[in-house]
Design a protein around this ligand. Structure first.
Ligand code: HH2
Length: 278
């Protein structure tokens, strides 16, 4: 990925209870139609998930997760979708089966801490991997999260997980890093992470952000779910300017337009002559 480019990761939640699109894509045909649309709108990655990570969500078994995601991954392959498929899971068995079915990326919100076999599965398959920061677990993460310096702590965590991943044999160039917006963070923590995202870029890996429709945007704007697209766009544009290059979003086309303008504007700024006189 060259510096000015951005990658859109469209979300397909095959769950009954995801906070934003829960229940909509449980049927594989609906999920695949949605994937085809997201790709046509500009998604280069389709992130398929079978377990909600919203605060307080119920855990599901690997069998149930596989029952939800495998038909969708297989059908995306049969539909000859060119976008890469990412599996959003923290279970090694789910990742392994999804890779066998055609996924070429693992998006693990536990950054390889959720399952002792996950690093090995990713390393052996040679697929890409997104490592995300989360404080605690989805059941407890929003219970009064505290940090001394949220950016420094998230950065140190991601640096440590990057080291664990490479030590386990995952090639460094296959790793992406994500601050985990909303995962054990207050509104202020999320804003500080976005404002200082460039510090995470110092780790030398592409930075992924997932702000799409999240509750901090609702808190800032007073908007209900389903009314947070303008707020999502603002956060993605700002994150781009601070160096994020991969954007995990529920609506692709409007974010793609906004990021095209952001990327062109940032490029115009960085290529300006430095010694102009008026
Ligand atoms: N956010 C969610 C899920 N997975 N993965 C990464 N890398 N980054 C994120 O910010 C992120 C993620 C939560 O959003 P969603 O999938 O829409 O909801 P749910 O977890 O309820 O299914």
């Amino acid at each position: 990925m060259s510096d000015g480019e951005f990658t859109l990761m469209g979300v397909i939640n095959v769950t009954p209870d995801s906070f934003s699109d829960g229940g909509r894509y449980l049927n594989p045909e609906a999920a695949v139609a949605h994937g085809v649309r997201l790709e046509a709108e500009g998604a280069a990655i389709l992130d398929v998930g079978g377990e909600s990570t919203r605060p307080g969500a119920a855990e599901v078994t690997a069998e149930e997760e596989l029952r939800r995601v495998l038909p969708v991954i297989e059908a995306l392959g049969a539909a000859r979708v060119r976008a890469r498929v990412s599996i959003d899971t923290s279970k090694a068995a789910v990742a392994a089966a999804a890779i066998d079915a055609g996924a070429s990326m693992v998006n693990d919100v536990t950054a390889l801490r959720g399952d002792p076999h996950m690093a090995e599965v990713v390393a052996d398959a040679g697929v890409d991997c997104c490592l995300m920061h989360m404080l605690g677990n989805p059941r407890t993460m929003q219970d009064d999260p505290r940090y001394d310096d949220v950016v420094a702590e998230v950065k140190a965590f991601l640096e440590a997980r990057l080291a664990v991943a490479t030590a386990a044999g995952i090639a460094e160039e296959r790793i992406l890093l994500d601050p985990g917006i909303g995962f054990g963070k207050t509104v202020e923590h999320n804003l500080e992470l976005l404002a200082r995202l460039d510090e995470l870029g110092e780790l030398g890996r592409p930075v992924v952000v997932g702000t799409s429709n999240k509750s901090f945007l609702g808190r800032l704007t007073g908007r209900a779910l389903g009314e947070r697209l303008p707020a999502t766009i603002a956060s993605c544009v700002l994150a781009y300017e601070r160096g994020a290059r991969v954007f995990r979003v529920h609506e692709v086309a409007p974010v793609a337009d906004a990021l095209s303008v952001a990327a062109a504007t940032v490029a115009a700024w960085t290529t300006r002559p430095t010694n102009t006189t008026r």
